[in-house]
Design a protein around this ligand. Structure first.
Ligand code: ZN
Length: 384
């Protein structure tokens, strides 16, 4: 009897220990003395390296979300390909790709043209509350597995996939950041701020407590060493309402007013450029640019303008994190070697019809690798 009791007690102790191991340390107030670049930065609007605004490169981050396929590639080709910054380096942009209906040959084309491929989940499922409640294991299946999937079918070197954005910009507390850390990725680009827009919030790490406003809770509370947040600094629409995504602004200019749109983009840009030069985000979905030619033309005119400015650089998101880790003045930055994606050619295969486990629908999938047996999905990212 006594022995049974003893064993039972030991078991309880073991369970408690296992649970403790999973508990994350709560983030403490940021200590500037011990949180230093390159691997730690307190959340702040201060310019990295204590640079003066005029010595700071103004980075512009153009990002597109969701599936990559023949419906949207033409917009990317016509607006982004062949652009250079004023220092001669190719202009960057980042694609947060969701899996369903993605053509991996086109993902490889974007990568081969120097753009950055980020993760936006395998299922991108609704409702939004699914993501708010998603736990570590779920998000591991959505993002760590998607990284393998993207690398395999798109022939993207695994280590070049460094960033992620949650569907609907819905955070999940610590869980998505834990997945980021455990899978060896670098940054999250899901977290909007409307409090820190003027001056804007620079990227920072989660070693210590963030002071960023939490617009779509739950936000992370744990200390997660070396995990970078690339805040989405909100725009202001014509009525001063904040918007994290350009296509979600409540009161934008008329959708057929090209000059109005160019002014609108420029005004939001200048809020960064004439202040602390926090990275300026142009975060949008392709359908919006395709549907409204005036927006498309204003977008191109804006890019043409900044591509001619000596201290403005349109880059991949990972390049901004790299600069923040090692901030150098703009005169030095513009003479650095251009960032490059290592060559990784596609071996095109067209796969299908593939049966799926999540729907009756059959799929065709353009891949850069041998064909899967079934349509890849959550829990079976390589379609074995
Ligand atoms: Zn999305």
């Amino acid at each position: 009897m006594k022995l049974t009791w003893l064993l039972f007690s030991l078991l309880l102790v073991a369970i408690a220990a296992a649970q403790n191991e999973e508990e994350l340390p709560l983030a403490e107030l940021c200590d500037v003395e011990s949180c230093q670049l390159p691997n730690c930065r307190c959340s702040s609007t201060g310019i990295p390296g204590g640079l003066r605004p005029r010595d700071t490169p103004q980075f512009v981050l153009v990002t597109f979300d969701d599936a990559i396929n023949i419906l949207n590639i033409e917009t990317y080709r016509s607006t982004l390909y062949g652009r250079s910054n004023s220092n001669g380096c190719p202009a960057g942009a980042t694609f947060y790709v969701s899996h369903q209906y993605t053509n991996y040959q086109l993902v490889n084309e974007l990568y081969s043209n120097g753009f950055e491929i980020g993760l936006h989940s395998i299922t991108h499922r609704t409702p939004q509350s699914f993501w708010a409640e998603a736990d570590y294991e779920t998000l591991k299946g959505e993002f760590a597995d998607q990284r393998q999937m993207m690398s395999h079918f798109g022939k993207i070197p695994l280590e070049r996939i460094q960033g992620m954005r949650m569907p609907f910009l819905q955070l999940a507390g610590n869980a998505s950041f834990q997945v980021l850390k455990s899978s060896g990725m670098t940054f999250d680009a899901s977290w909007p701020t409307i409090t820190f827009t003027e001056p804007g919030l620079w990227p920072y790490t989660l070693d210590y407590a963030s002071n960023q406003d939490c617009q779509l809770p739950p936000c992370p509370s744990a200390s997660l060493e070396g995990v970078w947040v690339l805040p989405m600094v909100a725009w202001k629409d014509l009525n001063n309402n904040p918007c994290a995504m350009v296509d979600a602004c409540f009161a934008p200019p008329a959708l057929d007013d090209e000059d109005g749109w160019f002014q609108f983009i420029s005004t939001n840009f200048e809020r960064h450029y004439f202040n602390n030069r926090a990275p300026f985000g142009f975060y949008i979905h392709e359908w919006f640019v395709r549907t409204y030619p005036a927006v498309n033309n204003a977008f191109i005119k804006f890019l043409d303008t900044i591509n001619n400015m000596p201290d403005v650089f349109m880059v991949n998101s990972a390049d901004v994190i790299n600069w923040v880790k090692n901030p150098v003045p703009v005169d030095q930055y513009k003479n650095q070697a251009c960032p490059q994606n290592p060559p990784s050619p596609c071996l095109p295969t067209n796969c299908g019809p593939l049966s799926a486990t999540h729907t009756q629908e059959q799929f065709w999938m353009a891949s850069c690798n041998t064909c899967p047996n079934v349509y890849p999905w959550f829990g079976n990212p390589l379609g074995a």
